[in-house]
Design a protein around this ligand. Structure first.
Ligand code: PEP
Ligand code: MN
Length: 461
C-alpha cells in the first residue's frame, strides 16, 4: 500500500524524513556517520515498542480529558538514565504515580489518565553545547541516548540510540508486567508502599482517601457493578520527541485499529512511546520538529511558555491537528509563578475562541518556569512557586470557563532533596543531602503526594 501523503497546507508533502529539509534546533552532529547509519538501520529492523491499539486507546482517554470528563497525570524524571532501568526504581515511580492518581480520583471525582515520563525520556535539550566541569570545558551532557554524564563520556556515541531502545523496552516490559500482576489492584491499596509516607498528617489524609476508595469498591461489588478494569490501571509512556534520528526509524506505517474492515486505513505511528511532546526550544513552526510530528498519529504535547506568541498557538494546532481531533494535542503550559497570570488568559482565549475550542487538553507544567539557582550554584525549585503556578492556573481556567485537564511534573519515588520547601520544609542547606538528578530538580515522593492533595483540595472545597 502506498504511503499516505499529508498536504495539510502547512508545508507540503509529509514523509517520515521530510523534517530533514528543514532548519533544526538541538540537533547532534555525529562525527561518525557510518556508525550512525548502522545504529539507525538496527532501529529500523527492531519491532515497535508500543502498539497502535494502545496509542489509540490513549488518544480516546485524552479526548475525554479535553472534554472535561477525566484528568491527566503525567510525571517522571527530567532526564531518565539507563541506570534507572531497575526493578526498585521502576516500581517506586509506578507506585507514586498510582498513589497520586488515587488522591486525584478521590479529589476531582474524575477518572485519571496516567502517563509516565518513562521508558524513553533519554534526550535533553541544552541551553549551551559546552560547560565547565572541574575547570575543564567539556561538551554538555545531552541525555543517555546521546552521550554519558561522566566527563570522559561526553562524545556523541550512536550506539546509544540502540541502547536507548533496549532500555525503553525493558522498562516498559516491567511496567506492563507489574501492572498485569496487580501492583495497581485497588482491592489492596495498602500494599502500595504506604510505609514510606512518614509525615503523619499526609499519611492520615492518604488513608482517608484509601478508605473512601475501599468503601466505594465494596459498594460496587455489592451492587454487582464491579468490572475487570477496576483491577488494573493503565500507565502510558512518554518522552520529549527531541532526537529525530531515533524517532524516525521507529515511526511505522501501520493499520489504524479504529478503521473498519470495509475501509481499512494505515497511519504513521511513532512506536517509541504512546505520547510524545515537542519541547519549548524546538517548537518553531517552520522547523524540523513540527514538520516531523505533523505526520504522526500519536497524541502529542507542545510546551507553551513566555516566549510563545498567542498567534503561534493556532498555527501550531493547524499544523499538528488539521482534522481537529479532540485530545490529539495537549498544550503543556509552563510560564513561572510570576508570569502565569499575565500570559495564560490570552493563550486560553486564542484557542477557546477559535475552531479548536474544547479540542485541546490544557495541562499545567509548574516546574519549568520555576527553576532557579541558589547561592551555592545548585539548580532548584521552590515548592511554594510550583504550587502557586498550579493554583493560579486552576483559577484562571475556571475564570475563563475553560478546563485544566492535567498536570505535568518532574518527580521521583526516591527521597531526594532537590526542590525546596514542602511539608518537610527542605532548606538550601538540605539540598546536598540527597541531590541525585542529572538534570532538573524533581519533587520527591512526599512533595509529589502533597501536590496531589493540594489539587484534590481545590476540587473538594
Ligand atoms: C523538560 O520537560 O524537561 C523540558 C526541557 O521542558 P521545556 O521544554 O518546557 O523547557
Ligand atoms: Mn526538565
Amino acid at each position: 500500500m502506498a504511503a499516505p501523503t499529508k498536504t495539510n497546507g502547512h508545508t507540503g508533502e509529509w514523509t517520515p524524513n521530510s523534517w530533514r529539509s528543514k532548519p533544526i534546533k538541538q540537533c547532534p552532529e555525529y562525527p561518525d556517520q557510518a556508525a550512525l547509519a548502522k545504529a539507525v538501520a538496527s532501529l529500523h529492523r527492531l519491532p515497535p515498542i508500543v502498539h497502535p491499539r494502545e496509542i489509540t486507546e490513549l488518544k480516546n482517554h485524552l479526548r475525554d480529558v479535553a472534554q472535561g470528563k477525566a484528568f491527566l497525570l503525567q510525571g517522571g524524571d527530567c532526564a531518565e538514565l539507563f541506570d534507572y532501568c531497575q526493578q526498585d526504581a521502576i516500581e517506586s515511580k509506578i507506585k507514586l504515580l498510582l498513589q497520586m492518581s488515587l488522591v486525584l480520583l478521590w479529589g476531582a471525582n474524575k477518572r485519571v489518565v496516567r502517563i509516565g515520563r518513562m521508558a524513553g525520556q533519554y534526550a535533553k535539550p541544552r541551553s549551551s553545547p559546552m560547560e565547565i566541569v572541574d575547570g575543564r570545558q567539556v561538551p554538555s551532557f545531552r541525555g543517555d541516548i546521546l552521550n554519558g554524564y561522566h566527563v570522559d563520556e561526553r562524545q556523541l556515541d550512536p550506539e546509544r540510540l540502540v541502547k536507548a531502545y533496549h532500555h525503553s523496552s525493558a522498562t516498559l516490559n516491567y511496567i506492563r508486567a507489574s501492572i498485569a500482576s496487580g501492583i495497581a489492584d485497588l482491592s489492596k491499596p495498602l500494599d502500595w508502599g504506604l510505609g514510606h509516607v512518614r509525615d503523619p498528617a499526609l499519611k492520615e489524609k492518604y488513608e482517608k482517601a484509601v478508605e473512601f476508595l475501599k468503601d466505594m469498591r465494596s459498594f460496587m461489588h455489592t451492587i454487582g457493578a464491579e468490572n475487570e478494569k477496576f483491577h488494573t490501571v493503565d500507565l502510558f509512556t512518554s518522552h520529549e520527541g527531541l532526537l529525530l534520528e531515533y524517532e524516525e526509524p521507529l515511526t511505522r506505517l501501520l493499520d489504524d485499529p479504529s478503521a473498519t474492515s470495509t475501509s481499512p486505513k494505515k497511519q504513521y505511528y511513532n512506536t517509541s512511546a504512546h505520547f510524545l511532546w515537542i519541547g519549548d526550544r524546538t517548537r518553531q513552526l517552520d522547523h524540523a520538529h513540527v514538520e516531523f510530528f505533523r505526520g504522526i498519529a500519536n497524541p502529542l504535547g507542545v510546551k507553551v511558555g513566555p516566549t510563545t506568541p498567542a498567534s503561534d498557538l493556532l498555527a501550531l494546532l493547524r499544523a499538528l491537528n488539521p482534522e481537529r481531533e479532540p485530545g490529539k494535542i495537549t498544550l503543556i503550559t509552563r510560564y513561572g509563578a510570576d508570569k502565569v497570570a499575565d500570559l495564560l488568559p490570552a493563550h486560553i482565549r486564542a484557542v477557546e475562541d477559535s475552531e479548536y475550542a474544547r479540542t485541546v487538553v490544557w495541562q499545567c507544567d509548574p516546574m519549568h518556569g520555576n527553576t532557579q539557582s541558589v547561592s551555592c550554584g545548585i539548580k532548584t525549585r521552590r515548592f511554594s512557586n510550583i504550587f502557586s503556578e498550579l493554583q493560579q492556573t486552576l483559577r484562571i481556567h475556571k475564570e475563563q470557563n475553560s478546563y485544566l485537564g492535567g498536570v505535568h511534573l518532574e518527580l521521583t519515588g526516591e527521597p531526594v532533596t532537590e526542590c525546596l520547601g514542602g511539608s518537610e520544609n527542605l532548606a538550601e542547606d538540605d539540598l546536598s543531602t540527597n541531590y541525585t538528578s542529572f538534570c532538573d530538580p524533581r519533587l520527591n515522593e512526599k512533595q509529589a503526594l502533597e501536590l496531589a492533595f493540594l489539587i484534590a483540595d481545590h476540587y473538594r472545597t
